[in-house]
Ligand binder design. Sequence first.
Ligand code: ATP
Ligand code: MG
Length: 575
Amino acid sequence: MKATQLYAPTLREFPAEAELLSHKLMLRAGFIRKSASGMYTYLPLAWRTMKKIMQIIREEMDSAGGQELMMPITQPAEIWKESGRWAVYGDEMMRLKDRHGREFALGPTHEEMITTLIRDEVKSYKQLPLMLYQMQNKYRDEIRPRFGLMRSREFVMKDLYSFDKDIDGMNISYQKMYDAYDKIFSRCGLIFRPVEADNGAIGGGHSHEFTVLAPSGESSIAYCEKCNFAASDEKAELKVIKAEVEDLLPLKKVETPDCHTIELVKNFLNVPIEKTIKAVAFQDDDGRLILAFVRGDHEVNEIKVLNAVEGANHLHMAEESAISAVGGCAGFMSPIGLKDGAVVLVDSTVMEMYNAVAGANEVDKHFINVTPRRDFKSDKIIVTDLRMVQEGDPCPHCGEKLKMTRGIEVGQVFTLGNKYSKALNATFLDENGKEQYFEMGCYGIGVGRTMAAAIEQNNDKDGIIWYPAIAPFEVVVVPVNAKENSQLEYAEKIYSELKNSGVDVLLDDRFERAGVKFKDCDLIGFPIRITVSPKTLESNSVEIKIRKTGEIENIQRGEIVEVIKDKISALKKLR
Ligand code: ATP
Ligand code: MG
């Protein structure tokens, strides 16, 4: 491709509207343009990169046994009503009506679509396992579309669905996808971790999020440097922290005027925060009061709260009236002396405390010398892991202190069990002629988000630094003055040779000043630049510059193809 024919409108300045660096760079380097909030045109450079990412995905999906198909984006409401998700999906689902008033959704995901397809066609265990995937636009009317392609409302996703005859089969499919994801993100040159994730309401299953490490990421993850453990902060299962054993002192109620926060209580009573117990009060959609107690220096993890309470869907902050109905008092709560009617959850670490401070369920009063094992009524409470992971918590696998980092979720793998096959009554006949529900899994990758994550991880003050496997072009050939025929012809020959030997190369044949062209090369981020100048012409050579390292060297004319191919392979090893 020649730069004079390429549509890559670069901007002189960073656009003010963008916050995240990858978003700014994609706008400035001529990769994307916005059409509406969360909706983007992928210009040729971005589309080249996305096609390369999609090709890597396709190769790995196929070699893991996947088969590509294409389902309609527009999905009839009936199948979503059948699974029960038409109501649950809420405002995130983009809905429309046809001319007859029939309702449709623009697919945010395709479990309903694929399950109803398979339900009507696959009748025997002999047709299993099946792995089917597609790459297409997905639609989610996100509350806060932002950061360009990271969280958009229309985005390209690869989604694969697996169908197996039993749980063992499903777990094998899951492992195949997990391994394929590992290869895909490695081949894209990313530094990432598969992170144990929450799989929501689907009990007993597994889920991992593939998370690209970047300080700007929206997910917070805990990881261990000693073993391989990594988990999202929502999921990380935590060990009980044991306090030092103390003699039990008698429970006593004390005055704590206006001390309705842990900070105020601890200062007023002059005790360390680790000796206090705090409460968070929620209500679920049915109005059920749920009280969660954790150590004063810990935070309540709402996902763990939801998982601990059967049938709870969403959590809201509790109303004062609900709290007082069970004899509680906001700001001064504890499980001691509460009436029945609330679900009382206590973090396992709280049960290890001695002589602590907790609310007395009366205004301006706390208990001191609370020892939960003695003072909480064990038949009225549920003891479980409730808290959010923090830096320095012991690793649940090896005990080493955990570190925290941020990351970008680029893909997720899930076992679904028979959640959808049951809801949509999708069955097959097993070896004994008995009807069984399919055991399913689903596996997504955001293609645009992967491209954006790659930029977040690889850039400098001058622009993007592409990893060769996903660069829009691997190499750019720049004659410093394209108006000079000798330079242009020399550059064209090199360009053709590289192209014929399979290198993805751009010829910058624009009549721009050399400085402008070099700036654009750095901004767009081609891994290797080959420069042709009067000086290199004289010595029958070229200058090459490696974008990532800044290294510059001269290469003799006859060696160019071989050297460039070696450099590309070497760069692919540098992650
Ligand atoms: P998130 O938690 O970031 O909203 P999700 O868990 O809802 O994402 P999945 O349903 O697991 O997303 O979708 C699979 C993949 O699709 C994600 O890992 C991500 O790469 C991509 N993706 C999801 N939502 C968006 C979006 N709004 N914009 C761009 N990519 C997205
Ligand atoms: Mg996800």
